[in-house]
Write a protein that binds this ligand. Structure first.
Ligand SMILES: *Cc1c(COP(=O)(O)O)cnc(C)c1O
Length: 371
């Protein structure tokens, strides 16, 4: 069986260092908001090129805390609108509705699966306060165009970087391409903890200060509460693990790129729509960190069964579009044809830093033999 993603293997590479980190935390006797979190926050801010990083409990909370932070600063209020791609993982959208803001879904581009910047402007109203681009599958959104729109309409840009750790364009890292960014360190992400974790990066000192308090009961100083905050802190032990794995993320992304390039060069089955290669803009391709290698196939379910029967594990990211979920019945009648087509046809092939070239070779052979 060729695993979709072997998390055991990914973490065994760091076994000795991770055990040592666990021992350090255990022996320190300090488990919440201590030196390991501060250290990782500093390292991760530097990694992204951002001034501030705040470690939090998970990626969903990271996005929620950014929006709550803007609410506390009086920049956003209940009922304001935030533009978000209609085909994203539901967490991006949950963060908006959870904070009392209104998600405005915008269709993706059928080639890149990223928010279609040409469709953003028509959705902007007097209530729009922010655009939340998602660098889905590890590919960067068209940030130049999004920045231009945000500037012209005075909107904040909140990047969802949960799938794009380390993606860069012209030497600018994601997490430093807008006003604030949310990251997830869920184990399967390009930078994954051994449990839940997340972070916010920003260059906005005021926002950083508010968020640092909000994640800790709204408290700046112990037992003095400035805001009605939440408890959403990155654990010391996860921060210690993340400091170790952060050192490898650029190398890991290179390994992912190698597998992706192999697939792009060797999958020749005409039924398979490969990820879009922007040949005119090579920089863009190089900036892709391939969190997922997503292809499109008209007979997706048959294809998935064929691969499974031949020992290749695949996953669908994601089978149901957010507007068709029971969680959002108010949207169920709406039509987002691009998203619906994507959700009907996409399937993710195995890719990870521990995948072997021989495995990629086998995957290509099996994919090519599907009729
Ligand atoms: C994983 C993910 C999140 C949520 O992160 P968690 O740490 O699981 O809460 C948010 N947005 C996107 C695009 C994701 O893939």
């Amino acid at each position: 069986m060729i695993d979709f993603l072997n998390l055991k293997k990914i973490n065994q590479v760091h076994r000795n260092e991770l055990l040592k980190a666990m021992e350090n935390v255990l022996d320190s006797g300090w488990f919440i908001l201590g030196d390991h979190v501060s250290k990782f926050e500093k390292e991760f801010a530097e990694f992204c090129g951002a001034d501030f990083c705040i470690g939090v409990a998970n990626g969903l909370d990271a996005l929620i805390l950014i929006l709550e932070g803007y609410k506390e600063l009086g920049i956003m209020k209940k009922g304001d609108e935030v533009i978000v791609p209609s085909n994203t993982y539901i967490a991006s959208i949950l963060a908006i509705s959870r904070t009392g803001l209104t998600p405005i879904l915008v269709e993706p581009d059928i080639d890149t699966y990223l928010i279609d910047e040409n469709r953003i402007i028509e959705k902007i109203t007097s209530k729009t306060k922010a655009i939340l681009p998602v660098h889905l599958y590890g590919r960067l959104c068209n940030m130049d165009a999004i920045k231009e729109i945000a500037k012209n309409h005075q909107l904040k840009i909140i990047e969802d970087c949960a799938q794009s750790h380390g993606a860069t364009l012209n030497n600018i890292f994601c997490g430093n391409m807008g006003d604030a960014a949310g990251f997830s360190f869920y184990p399967g992400k390009n930078l994954g903890a051994l449990g839940d974790g997340g972070a916010i990066t920003t260059n906005d000192a005021e926002l950083a200060k508010v968020i640092a308090a909000l994640r800790n009961y709204g408290s700046g100083k112990k037992y003095e509460n400035l805001y009605q905050g939440m408890n959403s802190r990155l654990d010391e032990v996860q921060a210690a693990f993340l400091s170790i794995k952060l050192k490898e993320v650029n190398e890991d992304n290179k390994k992912r790129r190698k597998i992706a390039q192999y697939y792009l060069d060797h999958i020749t089955n005409p039924q398979i729509v490969l990820p879009f290669e922007n040949r005119k803009n090579i920089v863009h391709l190089e900036s892709h960190v391939w969190h997922l290698f997503v292809v499109r196939v008209a007979m997706r379910d048959k294809f998935q069964k064929y691969l499974s029967d031949h020992g290749v594990q695949t996953v669908i990211h994601y089978p149901i579009p957010p507007h068709k979920q029971q969680a959002y019945t108010e949207w169920n009648h709406l039509s987002f044809p691009v998203s619906e087509k994507i959700h009907d046809q996409i399937i993710s092939l195995p890719i990870s830093p521990v995948m072997q070239p021989e495995e990629a070779e086998i995957v290509c052979k099996i994919v090519n033999s599907f009729t």
